[in-house]
Design a protein around this ligand. Structure first.
Ligand SMILES: Cc1cc2nc3c(=O)[nH]c(=O)nc-3n(C[C@H](O)[C@H](O)[C@H](O)COP(=O)(O)OP(=O)(O)OC[C@H]3O[C@@H](n4cnc5c(N)ncnc54)[C@H](O)[C@@H]3O)c2cc1C
Length: 382
């Protein structure tokens, strides 16, 4: 294919090449097995850390490599190309737990946790969702009450990625319930704090290589210094932490869709029915052409949002559009990939059925399609 990624610098092309090599060697070969066993390959973390991939977007003075949002989008696509589940575990650690800590944590918290986290020696999780609070953060019921030199946490969290393997968790809790969204705060909770427990792993339809669990806080005491950022500013800080998440969600979808498209091209050439490769049948050719076009459009939207972020330009609408378009396109592309593979793609050992299962979460996670449409309409002045 012609070199249409003209906007990538030489360094970004080199980063992309190195990530492709890493993914092909370290992620893709274990993706199906981790999916089947619902197991996260924690041994990847120190290797990702040693290569600088965990610190990609963090400033150099705190152990990162000072990379851009576009660098990050490139990395997310490559990891998800190998395994969306493994990519999700990396994302939660880097873009949610470590980012919140780096942006809003005290110097002491950063010094204690970031060096090991960016080396992959400790793993983070992001605990926002609850049984009654998914899209609606104002319903968060986990309480944090100041008591002497401590905060005391009570409540529970649901659907928390990395919880079974995490050393530390960034927890969103209510410090002023009557103020709803304006009464939320962020806390760092170490996994071995008395009163905190990971209550059983949860089994899922997709992204099964990532591990997920429910959390329980039962009079869990943490020191006052474990507050991240300012009291009652947690919602705004969480929103800022999640800002890059929409670009990452788009890039994940693009990675999965690319894997599905590439596999479909191979299959369309190899699978012979009625005396000809199915790729010579016009109905199939048209469908695959549409898959490729949607993938390219998704990547352009995603990279445009990332470049706008890197240039300090407003990029809210761009990120919403990228997330919305890429995640819905990925669902369509993986559905077509499964369709053109027929029975062979439907078998458990085929990666095609994994792509089909993996992509759905990106449509409703990090702000559902409806919320993205709502925000785009608002930005258009409606
Ligand atoms: C694989 C996976 C990993 C996850 N990892 C984490 C994690 O690490 N940390 C964490 O905190 N959470 C995590 N979550 C939870 C995730 O954040 C929630 O799934 C997400 O916030 C959506 O909430 P919900 O699933 O409760 O859906 P709901 O909020 O109940 O929404 C369900 C549907 O209702 C509709 N809807 C909701 N609100 C509106 C609206 N305002 N307008 C129109 N329609 C609307 C949409 O169709 C939406 O898809 C994870 C979830 C999954 C599946």
């Amino acid at each position: 294919m012609a070199d249409v990624d003209f906007y990538l610098s030489d360094e970004q092309r080199e980063l992309q090449r190195a990530l492709r090599e890493f993914t092909a060697k370290e992620i893709a070969p274990i993706a199906s097995q981790c999916d089947a066993e619902e197991r996260y390959p924690v041994e990847l973390f120190p290797r990702l850390g040693a290569l600088g991939y965990l610190g990609l977007t963090f400033p150099e003075e705190i152990g990162g490599s000072g990379g851009s949002s576009l660098d990050y989008a490139i990395a997310c696509e490559e990891f998800a190309y190998g395994s969306a589940g493994i990519a999700l575990g990396i994302y939660v650690h880097v873009a949610l737990a470590c980012s919140a800590l780096a942006a809003f944590g005290s110097e002491d918290l950063k010094r204690r946790w970031l060096p090991s986290a960016l080396c992959g020696e400790s793993i983070g999780a992001w605990a926002f969702a609850e049984a009654g609070a998914g899209s609606d953060a104002s319903a968060i019921a986990t309480r944090a009450v100041a008591d002497g030199n401590d905060w005391v946490l009570n409540g529970s969290k649901l659907y928390i990625t990395n919880a079974p393997i995490a050393d530390f968790l960034v927890v969103v809790a209510s410090t002023a319930p009557e103020q709803r969204l304006k009464g939320l705060s962020l806390f760092l909770v170490e996994h071995d704090r008395p009163g905190f427990r990971v209550a059983g792993s949860l089994s899922k339809l997709g992204v099964r290589a990532s591990e997920m669990a429910e959390l329980v806080f039962d009079d869990c005491r943490i020191p006052r210094e474990n507050l991240i950022g300012r009291e009652n500013r947690g919602f705004l800080d969480a929103l800022r932490t999640l800002a890059l998440g929409r670009i990452a969600s788009a890039a994940f979808a693009i990675g999965v869709a690319r894997a599905a498209l590439e596999a479909t091209l191979v299959h369309a050439r190899e699978r012979v029915q009625f005396g000809q490769p199915i790729g010579s049948l016009q109905a199939v050719r048209f469908g695959i052409a549409d898959m490729a076009m949607q993938l390219e459009a998704a990547r352009l939207l995603c990279h445009r949002a990332a470049v706008a972020a890197d240039r300090g330009l407003p990029h809210g609408r761009e990120a919403n559009m990228a997330k919305l378009y890429a995640t819905e396109a990925c669902t369509r592309i993986t559905e077509r990939a499964l369709h053109y593979h027929g029975a062979t793609g439907f078998m458990s050992e085929s990666p095609i059925q994994r792509f089909y299962r993996d992509c759905k979460v990106f449509e409703f996670g990090e702000g559902s399609s409806e919320l993205q449409r709502e925000m785009i309409a608002r930005e258009l002045g409606l």
